[in-house]
Write a protein that binds this ligand. Structure first.
Ligand code: ADP
Ligand code: MG
Length: 369
């Protein structure tokens, strides 16, 4: 019964409950809210016979909702080997907003990384890297089975990079950094490289974050396929190479593990030059793209955080340093690398802050790596 005294959470639960009951065909079963996000909310429903399922309820019928369902179906149906990497899809509402899937038991990487300063994280992380290598390698062989909705992500990204260049140039200007000679030509090469991942083209998760990885007794499982699609496999490796600020030695070990596994299905990944070329392409795109997220805020004030416990300026300095240090040895797009180096030097001089890790992030592991 609706009431004006309802809290937003109660209202969300009441509305979702009706949709979920309809879909599972069990009116009155217990429905628990797990997580309320901006685009979707997650529920656990307890069915008769003591089994439970997860319902993901999107606020709108978006492209993301469709990608998630298509990705889960692809993983379950066309590549039996890789099916266990994700929850089994069970049912979807007619409007596409509600997705029912298998309820997996496990611990998210978020909680694992918080435990004991991340001291226990290395082995599980290497398992994730291995599982990802298997997923990418297996999926690369059945790309012709990929649903149409997921096929062109890499082309879209390449197209968007054409306009990204102008936004990056505007930001550089605000930071009083002149792009290195040959910047535009190198950028055009970046656009073309993104468009032609060659042997590395595969099904990617697209949003790897610690909260989207569940460690189960049956190995690591990936959740949340809203941004899934065909891309260079190394897009997902950015998870540890360029997004989560893992200690460098750990990130290197994950890439090694990942690459060893990937090589089983994509022999080209064994070729050092080719692998570096691909990794530097993806890292370069990520670095410049990430400048457009919040660099303008960071230039204007020192007050906001990248994530809680990690102010914007130390975070940007961390990412820039990580990029210039690791891409110096890769097959880099020289003028883009030089520009990032100049930007890094300028911001270090201009800001009082230093590059740092997020407060308390993997403290234990940082000491030992
Ligand atoms: N199939 C599942 N089994 C168990 N827990 C799940 C499942 N799907 C999601 N969860 C839990 O819900 C959280 C949010 O799910 P996710 O799909 O990532 O939603 P969002 O799009 O809001 O990030 C996950 O971090 C995980 O803890
Ligand atoms: Mg998520």
């Amino acid at each position: 019964v609706s009431s004006s005294l309802e809290t937003p959470r109660e209202r969300l639960l009441r509305k979702a409950r009706v949709q979920i009951w309809e879909l599972v065909g069990e009116r009155g079963c217990r429905v628990e809210l797990l997580n309320a996000g901006a685009r979707a909310s997650l529920f656990r429903c307890f069915l008769r016979g003591r089994c439970s399922v997860i319902a993901k309820v999107y606020c709108k019928s978006t492209k993301g909702a469709r990608h998630e369902w298509d990705a889960l179906r692809f993983l379950a149906a066309h590549a039996p080997l890789i099916a266990p990497i994700a929850p089994r899809p069970l049912e979807r509402s007619k409007d596409g907003r509600v997705i029912l899937m298998e309820d997996l038991e496990g611990e998210t990487l978020t909680s694992l990384l918080e435990r004991d300063g991340g001291l226990d994280a290395k082995r599980p992380l290497l398992r994730v890297a291995h599982a990802l290598g298997l997923l990418h390698g297996t999926a690369a062989k059945c790309l012709n089975m990929l649903p149409r909705s997921l096929r062109n992500e890499y082309i879209r990204q390449s197209d968007e990079s054409e306009t990204l260049r102008d936004r990056v140039r505007a930001l550089l200007q605000r930071a009083a950094v002149a792009p290195a000679a040959g910047f535009d030509i190198a950028w055009q090469e970046l656009v073309e490289r993104l468009r032609s991942p060659g042997e590395f083209l595969t099904f990617t998760h697209g949003d790897l974050a610690p909260s989207n990885v569940l460690m189960t007794a049956d190995g690591p499982k990936l959740l949340d396929f809203e941004f899934a699609g065909a891309r260079s496999s190394l897009y997902d490796a950015l998870f540890w190479e360029a997004i989560v600020p893992f200690p460098r030695a750990l990130a290197r070990a994950m890439t090694q593990k990942y690459r060893d596994t990937l090589t089983g299905d994509i022999p080209k990944a064994r070729d050092d030059d080719r692998f570096r070329h691909e990794l530097s392409t993806l890292k370069t795109h990520r670095l410049f793209w990430s400048l457009t997220f919040r660099l303008d805020h960071a230039l204007a004030s020192r007050d906001s955080d990248w994530v809680p416990g990690w102010p914007l300026r130390p975070a940007y300095l961390f990412y820039l340093r990580n990029y210039v240090v690791t891409c110096r040895r890769l097959d880099s797009l020289e003028p883009l690398l030089q520009t990032a180096e100049v930007l890094y030097a300028r911001l270090r001089k201009q800001w009082a802050e230093n590059a740092s890790y997020p407060e308390n992030f993997m403290r234990g592991a940082r000491r030992t790596s």
